[in-house]
Design a protein around this ligand. Structure first.
Ligand code: GLU
Length: 449
């Protein structure tokens, strides 16, 4: 079978996670079966549809790595909708009815209604199995506001029929539309495609995600520095467990594993923490050089906003720490913006009374700092690294009490009550800076004493 699927977003809002999910699932299905993908911009809502939204949807889907073979806009296909309407009326399968307008009471308008045979319709859903509807209760429903103004149901059926769509894969919010669409399809003599309605995903608080909430806009994740591969991967496995049960999958691996029947029958919860976890997995896969390039660009700009000058050597040395601390690029901006990494680039301003640490007096702190200063001073610059620094004072610290020795040292170097350990910091800022900062702390202790 020559598989043909469509993703038909309505361009009435920015590309949101739900739009992306519809596109991804159709894409995976089509690629799995060597099929054709049709992007159809369903701009039937003339008031809310905007070209700007359509452009955003295209841009974000491409950014995620998706592509399609054909592109259409529903309003540009109106001639075929009109032909279909005319044919239905000529064959007496639909009729024009003059009725009072719902919007403007008292005004009479012409609408086109389908003559509903009122039968029971059963269709097989690839995810949910057989679904039966009694269409009698729908009555003769409206399919056009006027002979040249077809409504969504008619347009969808004609477009799907003319485009030879074989599989309609969409959210379960469209299940109740399916019987109407099948009635129109039968009246027009189009073959019935296969249907697959997947459950919609929910917000973390189990609420329905609204497409107009900025936070679920794909571009808002992009702006926060999420990686397209991570977002694509996470959205794809929302409500789908691949047979291998692997979670981190490339697009190619997802295509290999994809079976539409494996989609869950109940709604998945979109969990931002899980998405961050995925993003971290992809960040860790980045080659060191490209990771460093991006990290340095961000650090430079955030530091300059804080009027701190950039230090190439310190920047390179803290790269492993940056890798360890962030899940998303935005995290790095936040860390720098909040001053978390300032001490790597500029001398801190320690609070004299905090230098000794809990339960210690200034005299003890001075003694320990002086001792460590002497040991550090003797380490040749060529051997200045984290392990060497740690080894050089570890026995002393163990004998004298680790907190009593290491707190003043760490605080002298960072000026922060919480920070990475003094060896990591010391190795990153280099021997000169370490000795200067210890000296500065000692003089603060002395001037206070
Ligand atoms: N345009 C519809 C939407 O955005 C999709 C219609 C369909 O899949 O049949 O929800």
């Amino acid at each position: 079978m020559n598989v043909r699927v469509r993703f038909p977003p309505s361009p009435t809002g920015f590309c949101h996670v739900g739009t992306a999910r519809m596109a991804i699932l159709n894409y995976l299905f089509a690629k799995k079966h060597g099929g054709t993908i049709i992007f159809r911009s369903e701009d039937t809502d003339k008031v809310r549809s905007k070209r700007e939204y359509e452009e955003d949807i295209i841009e974000q889907l491409k950014w995620l790595g998706l592509s399609w073979d054909e592109f259409y806009r529903t309003t540009e296909l109106v001639e075929s909708h009109k032909e279909a309407l005319a044919r239905l009326i000529a064959e007496d399968k639909a009729y024009v009815s003059k009725e009072e307008s719902k919007k403007e009471p008292g005004v009479r308008v012409e609408v086109v209604r389908l003559r509903n045979p009122g039968k029971k319709i059963t269709f097989t859903d690839l995810i949910r199995g057989d679904i039966t509807f009694d269409t009698a209760e729908l009555g003769d429903f409206t399919i056009a506001r006027a002979i040249d103004d077809p409504l969504y149901h008619l347009a969808v059926v004609v477009d799907d029929g003319e485009m030879g769509i074989t599989h309609v894969i969409r959210g379960e919010d469209h299940i109740s539309n399916t019987p109407r669409q099948i009635l129109i399809q039968e009246a027009l003599g189009y073959p019935r495609p296969e249907y697959a309605h997947y459950p919609l995903h929910l917000g973390t608080d189990k609420s329905k995600l609204s497409k107009r909430t900025g936070d679920v806009a794909v571009k808002s994740y992009r702006e926060r520095g999420f990686l397209p591969e991570a977002l694509l991967n996470y959205i794809a496995i929302l409500g789908w467990t691949p047979p291998s049960a692997r979670e981190v999958l490339s697009l190619r691996e997802m295509i290999e594993e994809f079976e539409i029947g494996d989609l869950h029958k109940s709604g998945a919860v979109f969990d931002i923490e899980k998405l961050r976890w995925f993003n971290r997995q992809y960040l860790l896969k980045e080659p060191e050089s490209s990771f460093a390039h991006e990290a340095i660009t961000i650090m430079k700009s955030e530091l300059s906003a804080r009027s701190i000058s950039w230090d190439e050597a310190a920047g390179e040395r803290i790269m492993p720490l940056v890798r360890e601390r962030i899940s998303v690029w935005q995290d790095l901006r936040t860390l720098i913006g909040e001053g978390e990494f300032d001490f790597f680039f500029a001398a801190p301003a320690p609070e004299p009374s905090t230098i000794p640490g809990k339960g210690n007096d200034a005299g003890t702190a001075r003694k320990h700092l002086q001792h460590v200063q002497k040991i550090f001073d003797e380490i040749p610059s060529a051997e200045w690294n984290e392990t060497r620094l740690k080894d050089s004072v570890w026995d002393y610290a163990t004998n004298e009490g680790r907190a009593a020795v290491l707190w003043p040292l760490r605080y002298a170097l960072t000026g922060k009550e919480r920070s990475p350990d003094p060896f990591l910091v010391g190795a990153a800022i280099g021997k000169d800076a370490v000795l200067k900062r210890i000296e500065a702390a000692l003089s603060l202790l002395t001037s206070k004493a």
